[in-house]
Design a binder for this molecule. Sequence first.
Ligand code: PRP
Length: 218
Amino acid sequence: MGGKARREPRAERPLVLALPKGRILEESVAIFDKAGYDLSPVLKKSRKLVRDCGPLQVWILRSSDVPTYVHHGAADVGVVGSDVLLEQAFDLYEPLDLGIGRCQMIVAERADAPVDENAAAHLRVASKYPGITRRYLERRGLSAEIIKLSGSVELGPLTGLSDRIVDITETGETLKQNGLRIIDQVMEISTRLVVNHASLKLRAREISSLLERLAEHV
Ligand code: PRP
């Protein structure tokens, strides 16, 4: 269910777009640019988190907070990775795969110390994605302790904190530089456009136009 925004009524404010800071920000701005929305103010070096970009007001958030803002109806639309969406399991309308930020969710372990999962009495798996990890382990029929981390997950097996990690990889460079090897693939990840259910009805004209214009360029 889309929550109610406690801000001014939707019709009286610009359409609010929640964008994640980090590696997909520039690619997101480029896609919106092709679709005719100039989001260049977002790329200005500054600590400003709110940017007015014509018909859109852009909020710059941590990727993991984008679904929260859209679910509660504070933001009308958002851009976020399918990894974050699957982990958080909010009910959001997800009409478009933007085709950017493609990467893989994988399982990895130390290349020099393979884990014998039949012999391991107590398997420990570190991840920023405990929900996805739990479902993966259930599918594989494996029992393991899941250790939640917030970043630099590759350190887990190197330091003895965990035996394995479940994490995303794009170029493979972080795994390589930390002596880890992929032992299984969990899923393909890409970046999605998400829409609040109430906004979809109340701002139908603007949102359909946004979706149509974006769809032509993905
Ligand atoms: C992500 C991910 C890996 C890395 C993979 O981390 O968790 O650590 O990118 O990218 P690569 O395959 O291209 O090397 P991120 O850069 O988001 O930082 P974090 O570790 O702080 O979460």
